[in-house]
Design a protein around this ligand. Structure first.
Ligand SMILES: Cc1ncc(COP(=O)(O)O)c(C=O)c1O
Length: 424
C-alpha cells in the first residue's frame, strides 16, 4: 500500500491544477470529499460574494436591483456557461430544476411533431427523467410510447444499440450523457447521427458531465440539453439548472410552460401570452436570484482551469483509483460497476459490494477519530466515488482506499445498521 502513497505524493507535486484547491477553503483538509458529483463544495468566493450581494443588492437596492442586473442574470450566466458545453452564447439559459426543464423540452417536441409517436431512452438514464416522460405521456393519446433500451450489463450501452430502436416514428431520443450510477459516457455524436438519419431530435441530460469534461453540443449535433449546476459547477444545493436549444430549432419549439417571465413583455400585463425572443422564453416564473448568483464563482473557476486539463486530471485520478482497486479492493470482494475504459467513463466510479451501504456509512461517520471520507451510495450495492479534478488530490484517493480497506478488514461497518437516512 505504501508505494501508492509515495506515487500519490509525486503525482500531486506534478499537478498543474493543484492551486485551485485553495479556492474551497480548509474544509477539504478535514474531510476527504468524494461526492462532488452529487453536491459540489462551497467556493470561498461564493460566500463573500453572496454576503455582499445580499447586503447591497437586496438590502440596499431592494426592488431597484431588478433593473441593475437581476433581470438579465439567467441569460448572462447562460452566456458564461456556453463555452463549457460547446454552445452558442444565445443558446443557453439558467432556470428551474433539471426535471422541470426536461419536461418543458419533451412537451415542446411532442407538440412540434404530433405524428411522431415514439420516444427512445435507456435504462441508465436518471429516474426523474422516466417519471417526467411517464407524466407527460399519460393521457396524451395518439398512441405515444416510450421505448426503454436495456443496457446488456447495467453498466454500458453502446450507441449502436439505438439503431434498431429509432424509427421514422421517433420524435426524440433522450439520454443522460454520463449515467448517474455506472458513470457510462454516451457517445452523443454517434447517437445524434443515428437519430438524425431518421429525423428524430436528441435531448441530452448533462447533469453528470457538465464541468467535468469537455462538451461540444453544436459540433456533435445535439439538439436540446438540460443539466444541473450543483454538481461539478459547484453552484450550491438546489441551484437552478440550465436549458440549451440549438439556435435553428428555437422558433420551431413551443414553450409549453407559458409563464409571465418567459413572455415578450412581462410588465405589459396583457391578457394573452406571446413568447419572449430567444432563450428567455424558457423562463416560467420569477428567477431565484440569490441561487443564480451563487453559480457564478464556480463557473469562473472552471473557465480559468479549462476543461481539457480538468478532464486529463480526472482521468489520471480515476486510473490511479482503479490501480488501487485491483490491488486492494478486488481481493476484498468489490467488483467494478463502471466502464473500464476511460474514454467511455465520466468522472465518477462505482464499486459494488454486498456491504456497500454500511461501508459508505462507516466512511462518513468514523468511530476512531480519523477524518471522514464522503462518497455516496446508490442502490442496490454501489459505492460511488466522484473524481472532481478541481480540488481533489491523488493523496485523497490513496487515503480513501486505505480507509475502505481498514473498514472492511476490521469489519467496522458492522457497527452500523442497514437503515438509512433519506439522502444517501
Ligand atoms: C442525471 C440527472 N438528471 C436529473 C436530475 C434531477 O435534477 P433536479 O433535481 O434538478 O430536477 C439529477 C439529480 O441528481 C441527475 O443526476
Amino acid at each position: 500500500m505504501q508505494e501508492y502513497g509515495t506515487k500519490a505524493r509525486e503525482m500531486d507535486e506534478q499537478d498543474a491544477l493543484a492551486g485551485f484547491r485553495k479556492a474551497f477553503g480548509t474544509v477539504l483538509d478535514e474531510v476527504i470529499y468524494l461526492d462532488g458529483n452529487s453536491l459540489g463544495p462551497l467556493p470561498r468566493k461564493t460566500l463573500l460574494m453572496l454576503d455582499h450581494k445580499v447586503r447591497e443588492e437586496w438590502g440596499q437596492g431592494m426592488i431597484r436591483s431588478w433593473n441593475k442586473g437581476w433581470f438579465d442574470l439567467p441569460l448572462r450566466l447562460g452566456r458564461k456557461l456556453a463555452p463549457l458545453i460547446g454552445a452558442g452564447e444565445d443558446e443557453v439559459i439558467f432556470c428551474d430544476s433539471v426535471t422541470v426543464n426536461f419536461m418543458k423540452l419533451v412537451a415542446a417536441v411532442i407538440q412540434r411533431d404530433p405524428h411522431r409517436t415514439r420516444i427512445v431512452t435507456d435504462d441508465l438514464n436518471f429516474p426523474s427523467n422516466f417519471y417526467a416522460l411517464d407524466g407527460l405521456l399519460k393521457g396524451s393519446g395518439n398512441g405515444r410510447e416510450v421505448l426503454y433500451l436495456e443496457s446488456p450489463d447495467g453498466i454500458e450501452l453502446p450507441a449502436d444499440l439505438f439503431r434498431d430502436a429509432i424509427t421514422q416514428d421517433t420524435a426524440l431520443v433522450t439520454v443522460s450523457h454520463v449515467a448517474f450510477k455506472s458513470g457510462y459516457l454516451h457517445d452523443l455524436e454517434a447517437i445524434c447521427e443515428i437519430a438524425h438519419s431518421k429525423g428524430a431530435l436528441v435531448l441530452a441530460d448533462l447533469s453528470h458531465s457538465v464541468g467535468a469534461l469537455p462538451i461540444h453540443l453544436n459540433e456533435w449535433g445535439v439538439d436540446l440539453a438540460v443539466g444541473c449546476s450543483y454538481k461539478y459547477l459547484n453552484g450550491g444545493p438546489g441551484a437552478p439548472a440550465f436549458v440549451f436549444v440549438r439556435k435553428e430549432l428555437l422558433e420551431e419549439l413551443p414553450q409549453v410552460l407559458t409563464g409571465w417571465m418567459g413572455c415578450a413583455d412581462p410588465f405589459g400585463f396583457s391578457r394573452t401570452y406571446s413568447p419572449a425572443a430567444g432563450m428567455r422564453r424558457f423562463l416560467v416564473g420569477t428567477p431565484p436570484i440569490l441561487s443564480l448568483q451563487a453559480i457564478e464563482p464556480g463557473l469562473d473557476l472552471l473557465l480559468e482551469a479549462g476543461l481539457e486539463p480538468l478532464r486529463r486530471k480526472a482521468v489520471q485520478l480515476s486510473e490511479f483509483l482503479l490501480e488501487m482497486y485491483e490491488d486492494w479492493l478486488q481481493p476484498l470482494g468489490f467488483t467494478l460497476g463502471s466502464p473500464l475504459s476511460p474514454e467511455r467513463r465520466g468522472s465518477h466510479l462505482s464499486f459494488r459490494h454486498p456491504e456497500a451501504y454500511r461501508i459508505n456509512k462507516a466512511m462518513i461517520e468514523p468511530r476512531n477519530g480519523v477524518p471522514p471520507v464522503v462518497p455516496d451510495f446508490r442502490k442496490p450495492d454501489n459505492l460511488r466515488l466522484g473524481m472532481a479534478p478541481l480540488y481533489l488530490r491523488f493523496h485523497d484517493i490513496y487515503r480513501a482506499v486505505q480507509r475502505v480497506v481498514a473498514i472492511v478488514e476490521s469489519r467496522e461497518f458492522e457497527y452500523f445498521s442497514h437503515d438509512g437516512p433519506t439522502v444517501t
